[in-house]
Design a protein around this ligand. Structure first.
Ligand code: NDP
Ligand code: GDR
Length: 323
């Protein structure tokens, strides 16, 4: 039975990846940081099947201890400060978690067992003000937020440890991926949740920022499969994971409100508070390499994804569960 350590197991991707690895017979060890109130909502249903251990990307010795004690074959580094607007409010902390946290984990692996296979959660935000459309593995980076800058560091330190120490270290450059478990501040879930609440008469308007920005949105359940596949190859490499389609925030509103039987234009209000100091206007990935080398393909369409999220929000709200 192989063992995998997942950092960020309480997050959206961590919960789906844990489910996938359990279904493949792994022993799953999830690293969680100490908090005064426990928030295991996304992993409650599998909590008895996984092992949780305290650790923090800010604390080197906790990472060394985990790698030493659990002797994993694979480490998936999903933990990060992942909300882009917060990265302007807390740029130093974002750098500590999202950038230097990667080095801390790589160092723990290098010191304890350089044979461990390592996955780094890199991001399409690294492409930022894009210099090429669609974006692929060879496209130069031009990040537009402290978060994007931190992810560029995380990407290159992963490549560097691979080249310097011959580690099996992969960087997955994943485009936006969503699900009913997405944090509520991200635009997809903010919109689907508001559409469901408005339909149920619990809210009247939805305040948003830039409706023109375009994203390549996929389903998180599909994307965690690509993470696992990257660590099963003969050689470590970096891959773009995306659908190859792009949609505006406006289209997202159309699909979500239509599913709720509403006209989005009657409810959406532009609020400058949600505009960003520097925007990423257009992202669309070329998943050709992941398709050819990993045999990976997305299964859920954009419309299917947004409708799934609206339906899940409806069910949760109607049954009295706040999302
Ligand atoms: P979430 O924000 O849902 O989850 C982030 C996780 O990181 C949480 O489990 C959080 O724990 C944990 N975490 C944050 N800081 C620390 C820390 N200092 N030490 C230990 N754990 C910490 O993110 P997603 O699941 O959406 O994303 C997973 C990863 O993939 C992130 O690195 C993100 O930047 C990256 N990514 C995400 C994409 C997406 O579209 N979802 C696209 C591309 C990359 P807690 O519950 O305690 O807050
Ligand atoms: P993003 O996701 O910044 O792409 O990062 P987010 O859903 O926050 O924004 C997407 C786009 O929507 C526009 N937008 C709004 N966004 C939010 N959050 N709230 C609003 O009210 C709003 N109105 C318009 C934004 O300006 C932006 O253009 C996500 C995160 O998961 C990162 O961790 C990950 O690396 C990238 O996706 C790929």
């Amino acid at each position: 039975m192989p063992t995998a350590v997942i950092t960020g197991i309480t997050g959206q991707d961590g919960s789906y990846l844990a489910e996938l690895l359990l279904s493949k017979g792994y022993k799953v060890v999830g690293m969680v940081r100490r908090t005064s109130t426990i928030n295991f909502d996304r992993i409650r249903h599998i909590q008895n099947d996984i092992e949780l251990v305290q650790g923090d990307l800010l604390d080197q010795s906790s990472l060394v201890d985990i790698v030493h004690e659990y002797k994993p074959e694979e480490v998936y580094n999903l933990a990060a400060q992942s909300f882009v607007p917060t990265s302007w409010k807390q740029p130093v902390l974002t750098g500590e978690f999202t950038a230097l946290g990667v080095t801390r984990m790589l160092e723990a692996i290098r010191q304890v067992n350089p044979g461990i296979r390592f996955y780094q959660a890199s991001s399409s935000e690294m492409f930022g003000k894009v210099v090429e459309v669609p974006q692929r593995e060879s496209t130069p980076f031009y990040p537009r937020s402290p978060y994007g800058v931190a992810k560029v560091y995380g990407h290159w330190i992963t490549v560097n440890y691979r080249e310097s120490y011959n580690l099996y270290a992969c960087s997955g450059i994943l485009f936006n991926h969503e699900s009913p478990r997405r944090g509520l501040e991200f635009v997809t879930h903010k919109v689907t949740h508001a559409a469901a609440r408005i339909r149920l008469g619990r809210q009247k308007e939805l305040r948003l920022g830039n409706l023109d920005s375009r994203r390549d949105w996929g389903y998180a359940g599909d994307y965690v499969k690509a993470m696992w596949l990257m660590l099963q190859q003969p050689e470590p490499d970096d891959y773009v994971v995306a659908t190859g389609e792009t949609h505006t925030v406006r289209e997202l509103c159309e699909v979500a409100f239509e599913r709720a039987g509403l006209d989005w234009q009657e409810h959406v209000v532009i609020d400058p508070k949600f505009l960003r100091p520097a925007e990423v206007d257009l992202l669309v990935g070329d998943p050709g390499k992941a398709g050819a080398k990993l045999g990976w393909e997305p299964e859920v369409t954009f419309k299917g994804l947004i409708e799934m999220m609206v339906d899940a929000d409806f069910e949760a709200l109607k049954s009295g569960r706040e999302v």
